[in-house]
Design a protein around this ligand. Structure first.
Ligand code: HEM
Length: 398
């Protein structure tokens, strides 16, 4: 019998079987204090929603708007502008602009581009081993979003490389060398995105490309901060990267474990059935397992007194499995009615990329299985990449 590592709310994210532990946490108080971690922890859906809805709980600690480890670096220049890391006007106005532009995406075209890149990336490496599969799950979403932003096909490998390095600045687990790589990548990204926007030729037609539409939205919202716009375009890619790799990877893990689902989906064309699959994967095995909030003023939430400066960990993956939010939560039900999904957050910082992320994942999987029909019948093996909040499989054999 293998001994599994001991669990706490942070190690659960990349533990092979965290869900019984989350269910145990849900039996306790709405917010539970973990003195060793110096964190309040919310695991039930109502408490997670209450904290995410509170205007008194912010995305960054007041005393450390930028992580000390990256202060002064090029990576910090981007970090500082991201809507993910801001509150107030620096968040609300750009958020509306991005949300409106993302809502206008043609999802049929996104599915076509995804299928095309899925095939291209899946057939480029032989043998298609575990490392190649892991590369595919990470590169594909970046290729699709990079293409959507207007990058040419020959620039996509470099873009993937820079984003892979840049996101290291977002993890407290990164070492000095990784943070240095993140900063070098940030410089490249700032330069290349600057050129992309400056050299952008606006097409005359009403049905313009993404950058033109985002610029139009920004203009009509009175958001004329060029650098912030650039940084948040980079932010679309950094938000896409690990979460989408996790979603696609977790869907492959689930399919590998459920031959009956493979058989059912083999008869389904890309489309609705695959979308239901990835939505339910997101609920039952969330690629983003948790997020944090920092209390800005003393307040009472879910009946618990919180103090200014307190940090709260919100277990999104546990909230997805709260029986009060989703009845019979351990049951994988593709046709689940009124699915409540916390994987994409909730409230003012909820993910504006949800439809895009699900659409990419739903088109990616049939594309991959078309290129490698026996992939799921082989001895697929994986572990989860060390992370405090992401659940991202690293395949070691395919
Ligand atoms: C499976 C894929 C994805 C998951 C699970 C995911 C999840 C999340 C979550 C949980 C948040 C909220 C974080 C918080 O407030 O603490 C968030 C925010 C965000 N996501 Fe996603 N995301 C995914 C893909 C994407 C994609 C494809 C895009 C865009 C192309 C995107 C863009 C963003 C942005 C810009 C924010 C910041 C929103 C704000 O602060 O108001 N995400 N995402």
């Amino acid at each position: 019998m293998t001994t599994l590592p001991l669990l706490h709310p942070l190690s659960a994210a990349c533990h092979p079987q965290p869900y019984a532990y989350y269910a145990q946490l849900q039996e306790g108080d709405a917010l539970r204090w973990f003195p060793d971690l110096k964190l309040w922890v919310a695991s039930r859906a109502a408490a997670v929603e209450a904290v995410l809805a509170s205007p008194l709980c912010a995305v960054r600690p007041q005393a450390e708007k930028i992580p000390a480890a990256i202060a002064g670096s090029s990576a910090a220049q981007i970090f500082d502008q991201l809507i993910r890391m801001n509150e107030g006007d620096a968040h609300a106005i750009p958020k509306r602009v991005l949300q409106t532009t993302l809502r206008s995406l043609d999802m049929t075209r996104i599915a076509q581009r995804t299928a095309c890149f899925a095939d291209q990336l899946a057939t480029a490496t032989r043998p298609f081993d575990g490392a190649a599969l892991t590369h595919w799950t990470h590169a594909l979403p970046v290729y699709v979003v990079g293409d959507m932003l207007g990058f040419s096909a020959d620039e996509l490998p470099a873009l993937h490389h820079w984003i892979k390095d840049f996101v290291q600045c977002l993890s407290p687990l990164s070492n000095a060398a990784q943070l240095q790589d993140a900063s070098v990548a940030a410089e490249k990204l700032l330069q290349r995105f600057g050129d992309l926007v400056r050299q952008h030729v606006r097409p005359p037609d009403a049905d313009a490309d993404f950058i033109t539409r985002v610029q139009r939205e920004a203009q009509s919202a009175g958001w004329d901060h060029c650098k912030a716009l650039l940084c948040n375009l980079i932010g679309l890619l950094s938000q896409t990267y690990e979460a989408s790799a996790g979603l696609i990877g977790n869907a492959l893990v689930l399919l590998h474990q459920r031959p009956e689902l493979q058989a059912y989906l083999a008869t389904e064309a890309p489309g609705a059935a695959w979308l239901s699959l990835v939505e339910e994967v997101c609920r039952i095995d969330s690629p983003v397992q948790n997020t944090r909030r920092f209390v800005e003023q003393d307040c009472v939430i879910a009946g618990v007194q919180l103090r200014r400066g307190d940090a709260v960990l919100l277990l999104l993956a546990a909230a997805n499995r709260d029986p009060l939010a989703n009845p019979d939560p351990a049951n994988f039900a593709m046709q689940r009615s009124q699915r409540r999904l916390y994987s994409f957050g909730h409230g003012r910082h909820a993910c504006p990329g949800q439809t895009l992320a699900l659409g990419i994942a739903a088109a990616a999987l049939p594309g991959l299985l078309h290129a490698h029909p026996s992939l799921l019948h082989t001895a697929l093996q994986w572990h989860y990449r060390p992370s405090l909040n992401g659940r991202i499989p690293q395949f070691t054999q395919a």
